[in-house]
Write a protein that binds this ligand. Sequence first.
Ligand SMILES: [Zn+2]
Length: 212
Amino acid sequence: MGHCKSLPKDVTGIEDCPGVESVFPTVEEEEVDEEEEEEVGPSICRVLTEEDFGHLMENKTALVYLMQLKTLANKKVDSICKVKECGEGIEISIKHVGSAVYLKWICRNTHIADKWCSQPILNRGLHGGDLMFASSILFSGNNFNKMELFAKFLQMGFPSQSSFTRLQRQYLVPSVDELWSQKQEELIAELFFLVTAGWIFQVTVHNSVHIL
Ligand SMILES: [Zn+2]
C-alpha cells in the first residue's frame, strides 16, 4: 500500500483568494459604457437638485429579485378599498424584514388589499436574499461585520448577525462539509484504483506530500 507523509507546509506568501475561480467559470468582462444616457421618461427619476441628492443619500435600498420586481410591475391594486361599506383610500406601507422589503396595500380601516415581498420565501419564512447574502459572504471570503457596514453605507436592508450565524450553522457549513467529504472520498477511490491496478506512481502536491 502507499505511504503518505506530510511535511510542514510553507504557508508564507499565499495569495488571499476566496476560490471564486473554482466555483464560477471565467467570463470575459464586457466593456460597458457607463456614461450612456438612459432614455428619459415620466417614471425615471433624475437627480437634479440638492434636495434630490439628499434623497439619494438617505433613502433606504433593498435586495430585490427581478422575478418579484416583474410581478410587482404587473400588479394592479385598486386605490380605493373594495371592502363593503369601507371605500377608504388605499395607502402603501413599506416594511423591511432582514434584507427583504414588504409592501402592503392597506386602507385606514386596516383592510389589506394586497401584499408583496421583494424576495422568494423558503421554508419557515426564510427570505431567499438572506440565505444568499449569508452564502455570498462566506464563499467570497468576506466577513459579516464588513459586509454589514457596507450595507449600512448603502442604507440597505441586511440580515442580522444572529440570522447570519444561524444560516451559516444550519445550511452553509454542513454543505461545505458534505462537499469536502465527497471530494475526499473521490480522491481516495481514485488512489485506491491506481494502487490496486498495480501502477507505480508518485504524486507530488505542493512539493510537500509524496505518495510512494
Ligand atoms: Zn377598507
